[in-house]
Ligand binder design. Sequence first.
Ligand code: ASP
Length: 343
Amino acid sequence: MSNRSSILIIFTGGTIGMIKKVDSYVPINFNELIKYFPELDNLNYYLEIIGFNPPIDSAEMSPTIWIKIVEIIEKNYTKFDGFVVLHGTDTMAYTASAISFMLQNLNKPVVFTGSQLPIGVHRTDAKENLITSIEIAGSRSFGKANVPEVCIYFENKLMRGNRTHKCSSNEFNAFSSNNYPILAQAGIDINYNQNVISKGALKTLKIHKNIKQNVGVLKLFPGIAKETVSSLLKNDFFDAIILQTYGCGNTIQEKWFIDELVNFNNEGKILINSSQCETGSIVQGRYQTSQILIDLDVISSFDMTFESVITKTMILLGESTNKKIFKKKFLQSFCGEITKIDK
Ligand code: ASP
């Protein structure tokens, strides 16, 4: 039996699978795409590829498609050593976060990548991103995967998927991992930072597919109107609202605003505090302007990315909308997405 690592590439779409026609980028199908990657034939890996038909711009990503990706991985889990998911950059951090929560007890690499320039453009970043992602997905020591977790590889950096954020729409260096160290840096060699990489689970893979979308986001800004706040907090549809607060979790103190929160809270619904800042953590109570959120038992998201907060919320609501159960699970680290900082 061959010692080569076996990798399944899942091509969902995005710029990596587009070419320029007249003035805009248009998707090409998978058979056309691989013609641009003759290198794949010479790599020392066993590769198989599943392509979405039609490929999609990641602006069209949805929980239904997350489930489709997870089912492909589940079906092929024992057959392959690792998985590479080609995905548009726009919502890659959301999908990587969601998939990390949906694939519990993972012990194989699932590496997301894409590109800022289409494959058909001379200066494309697609080739390096794809080829290095394959190498990372296939990298093993003593028969064990070096990176048994969901991650994003982009522009020489390997990051934990549920810690990433798309920070640039025009630089090759398009993703940041502000609250967690980089898992590996690719130069002449790929240097893995094993101290911060998951050890991989010993239990069998468990899949979460129940996703409940009854979550809203209330982003605060100076001048926000009562009507805007009420349209969310008085709407029966929502089981949970994520408050995007200022700084380390500070909020508006006006009576009408607090009353809205109190009423929502009294219905047993879930309020989560997530910061508008990209670095640092929520610390409720540090300022008087967040004390009310402690009084209302608003759930702190600590240093989680917004992408992780929203996807984890949808997945946990799929299990239970009971606030106590939700809170207990939300504050647990599923796969390294949260660091709790005590005040
Ligand atoms: N709109 C594209 C997408 O996210 C952008 C990209 O792939 O970079 O699918």
